[in-house]
Design a protein around this ligand. Structure first.
Ligand SMILES: [Zn+2]
Length: 165
């Protein structure tokens, strides 16, 4: 029987089943700066620093490889908003250039800083839902013959995988 007085509002996506990680819901949880698994714990421990593990449910979050994708998508989003506004205001009012600069430079800065954590959170949530990188608990490490042998010997420059001598 379901305990209705307990924390039944918190639905934790099941991490072990294949279909247990809904993509869009995980992405939305990430965009809200929440852990994609439980939707409660904070994803970030600082402005853009992803927590190693969720402080609420303990889901490992350090596997993410967001890299520069959040910056790329933030530029695309902010660019479309600001350029559209610049063109609309110019066509409607033809304000002096100093007014354009005074309006759009701060708006660009603020929009970027506000959107960047949400975009990064959404991407980490997406990677989690798709079991990318280390987010798949069943993943087995891929072993490439030759390549890994070179790494083990401490070769400073491993052979290229497609190179046939
Ligand atoms: Zn969590």
């Amino acid at each position: 029987m379901q305990n209705r007085t307990g924390p039944s509002q918190v639905y934790r996506y099941e991490g072990s089943s294949k279909s247990g990680r809904p993509i869009f819901a995980s992405l939305l949880r990430g965009a809200a700066h929440k852990c994609p698994a439980c939707g409660v714990g904070a994803m970030f421990r600082r402005y853009l620093k992803v927590s190693d593990a969720c402080p609420h449910c303990g889901e490992a979050l350090h596997h993410h490889r967001a890299d520069d994708a959040p910056a790329y998508f933030t530029i695309v989003i902010v660019g479309h908003i600001v350029v559209s506004l610049v063109l609309a205001v110019e066509m409607a009012y033809r304000p002096p250039l100093w007014l354009h600069a005074a309006l759009w430079l701060p708006l660009t800065m603020i929009l970027t800083l506000v959107l960047l954590p949400s975009v990064k959170g959404a991407l980490v949530g997406l990677q989690w839902a798709l079991r990318m990188h280390g987010f798949d608990p069943d993943a087995k490490e891929e072993i490439v013959p030759g390549f890994d042998a070179d790494l083990a010997q401490g070769s400073p420059r491993p052979r290229r995988l497609d190179f046939q001598p």
